[in-house]
Design a protein around this ligand. Structure first.
Ligand SMILES: [Zn+2]
Length: 295
């Protein structure tokens, strides 16, 4: 979450849906706070007390476990996790926490068969999100599920899938939101991971940057429209990047935790110190409150 400045595409590009969530303010530090009864934008620390630029592997590990992964590893770790971090996230994580309570959690992204047959995958070179899901025996979604609308591709619209499989039709961000929302009907937690914003930030490809902003804005707008009273949408990122196009690296900026729904589940005392480790406990509180009828 960056400055209200010309190098921040979340400010310069049109984002009518996000702005309508955020009292007309673009997604930037200026928008932090409560917007109406159902939306709260929290500035989220990704540095977690560890020197250096925040990175994906440890950032995701903190989100998925609720524990301070960079501190446990002694550094911010990028890319695919080494064995030590992989085992650390597999010990305990949000999917295992949900399973212990008898709650149903799922990962919406779809995989290809080839992904699991690659020698690299077999050697354990898998992302934190994949390692986490597999550790809790969460069922893997493949192409048939995707084509039935029972999974959501990482880029939402299948545009990168179409490069490999020309017979696949691109869908709109709104249709992707319908598919994701439908998975929520019979799960207590549906996780989706989107990473083209990171790629766009590293590559500084203006066309990709614009596409990411427009696609996420339309997708989030549709998610909010489709949300039913008992549902809560939580958007978070593992680190900053694209919100500052002056640099091609990650940033030290706080990231958004955007909550739409039961904002009462946010413990207000925590907001000033909010960081990536607060997400997993928040997701648990959301389900507890829904079960108690507090939401
Ligand atoms: Zn990156």
């Amino acid at each position: 979450m960056g400055d209200d400045a010309e190098y921040n595409p979340w400010v310069t590009e049109p984002t009518p849906h996000l702005r309508s969530w955020l009292s007309g303010i673009p997604l930037s530090r200026a928008a932090v706070g409560v917007h109406g009864k159902e939306v709260h934008l929290i500035a989220t620390d990704t540095r977690l007390g560890v020197e250096g630029l925040p990175q994906s592997a440890t950032g995701q590990a903190a989100i998925f476990t609720g524990r301070n992964a960079p501190q446990a590893m002694g550094m911010h770790m990028a890319g695919l996790p080494f064995r030590r971090l992989r085992e650390w996230v597999q010990e305990d994580n949000i999917y295992k926490q949900f399973a212990r309570k008898g709650w149903k959690a799922t990962f919406a992204n779809s995989y290809t068969q080839e992904y699991f047959e690659r020698p690299a995958t077999k050697r354990g070179w898998i992302s934190v999100s994949t390692a986490t899901m597999l550790s809790a025996q969460v069922p893997v979604r493949y192409l048939p599920e995707l084509l039935r609308g029972e999974a959501v591709y990482h880029d939402l619209t299948r545009r990168t899938l179409k490069e490999h499989l020309p017979e696949v039709d691109e869908i709109t961000p709104e249709t992707a939101a319908e598919h994701l929302t439908r998975l929520g009907r019979d799960h207590d937690l549906v996780v989706h991971e989107f990473f083209l914003s990171d790629r766009a930030g590293h590559k500084h490809d203006p066309e990709l940057v614009r596409w990411v902003v427009e696609t996420l804005d339309r997708f989030l707008g549709a998610m909010l429209r489709l949300r039913q009273r008992q549902d809560t949408i939580v958007l978070v990122s593992d680190h900053g990047n694209m919100e500052d196009l002056r640099v091609r690296t990650h940033t030290m900026n706080p990231v958004p935790t955007l909550v739409a729904g039961d904002v009462g589940a946010i413990e207000n005392g925590q907001v000033a110190e909010w960081n990536l480790c607060c997400i997993a406990p928040l997701l648990q509180r959301l389900v507890e409150r829904r079960q108690k009828g507090e939401s």
